[in-house]
Design a protein around this ligand. Structure first.
Ligand code: NAG
Ligand code: NAG
Ligand code: NAG
Length: 313
């Protein structure tokens, strides 16, 4: 029929709305055309009455609770054509709860092992506007978005793999559900954050110092870090402490073992005779050099024997 469509002659103000579930809303639909038989709104609640001789009709809801509402403004023209315009509505709900947990595990974690944290978000809408954010303390770890479109509220679970180190002992993990509803949406974004989840990390004892003093009385320091605190044993004698003072049996070799449920580590102290005179250091260096040479020669001989007679070594 060659006539331009009249849909564009309808103007919605505001042109789109972002509302919290249960909010009230009011939107005007106006037309510049004076040449029409009426203008009105249609929605799932019935809309407004069809009004003649006006150029503006207002759609109002006190308590918007229809997740899939599509309010439509329409106009009936003289030629009985009925162009219309749909009001885009984003209805959102901040989650009823956001909680964090460890999957298939309870109690302390072991260093270097992988664990799965799960964030459970209940009753969130719309899913496509959700951003799940993971934190360790204040440090952001990951952001997750969803491409699935859902206008009605859903429950969502997201998981994060972690492999804690000993420095993570006592770390607090959190997850946050954030709704990014675009420029028309509320600023700052509505968010709900989980309670923090504190983790305990157990780790193998790790030897720290090997401190030998040569003299009348020495203390061997076997102190090792680890969680739970390791137990110590010295050779056959069951001294359950990190420090051991071998009374009068110097010199000698002393081995201590630090152990816990997670693992054990041994440390050997070799106590040399008390140095006599100032030239001892010189002889200690020469002695160590000779010892090292001897070890290198032994290793070489063994390797050569294993490699066989045709080897180039
Ligand atoms: C809608 O129209 C009414 C009456 O003309 C006016 O008072 C109101 O401010 C308008 N609202 C918007 C959002 O433009
Ligand atoms: C809005 O409607 C819901 C569902 O009908 C109802 O539970 C709620 O109390 C209403 N809120 C207000 C403020 O009227
Ligand atoms: C033993 O070594 C640990 C770890 O290096 C240290 O903290 C502690 O003070 C030492 N103890 C003594 C008595 O030297």
């Amino acid at each position: 029929l060659g006539r331009p469509t009249h849909a564009s002659s309808l103007v919605l103000n505001p042109p789109r709305v972002v509302l919290r579930y249960g909010d009230s809303v009011s939107v005007n639909c106006s037309t510049s055309s004076t040449d029409h038989e009426g203008i009105g709104w249609e929605d799932t609640f019935g809309g407004t009455s069809f009004e003649q001789d006006v150029n503006i009709v207002t759609w109002t809801v006190d308590n918007l609770t229809d997740w899939t509402i599509e309010p439509t403004c329409y106009i009936t023209l003289i030629d009985s054509k009925q162009p219309s315009k749909v009001l885009p509505v984003i209805l959102y709900n901040t989650p009823d709860s956001v909680s964090i947990s460890v999957l298939r595990h309870s109690g302390p974690m072991v260093e270097g092992t992988q664990y799965q944290l799960q964030c459970d978000i209940q009753n969130i809408a719309p899913l496509q506007n959700l951003v799940v954010k993971w934190y360790k303390g204040n440090e952001p770890l990951d952001n997750v978005t969803y491409s699935t479109v859902s206008k009605t509220p859903v429950d969502v679970s997201n998981t994060l793999m972690i492999s804690p180190s000993r420095d993570d002992d006592g770390a607090q993990y959190r997850c946050r559900a954030e709704l990014d509803l675009g420029p028309e949406g509320p600023q700052p974004h509505p968010t709900v954050t989980s309670e923090p989840l504190s983790i305990t990390v157990h780790c193998k004892p790790e030897a720290e110092t090997l401190d030998i003093r040569v003299g009348e009385e020495i203390t061997l320091n076997c102190t090792a870090t680890g969680k739970p605190t390791p137990l110590y044993s010295w050779q056959s004698s069951h001294v359950q402490e990190a420090l051991f003072t071998p009374a009068s049996k110097l010199p000698g070799t002393y081995t201590c073992t630090a152990s816990s449920q997670i693992g054990k580590i041994s440390k050997t102290f070799t106590v040399n005779p008390k140095p006599i005179g100032g030239r001892t250091t010189f002889w200690v260096i020469i002695g160590s050099g000779l010892g090292l040479t001897f070890v290198v020669v032994i290793v070489y001989v063994v390797v050569k024997q294993r490699a066989g007679p045709n080897s180039i070594i």
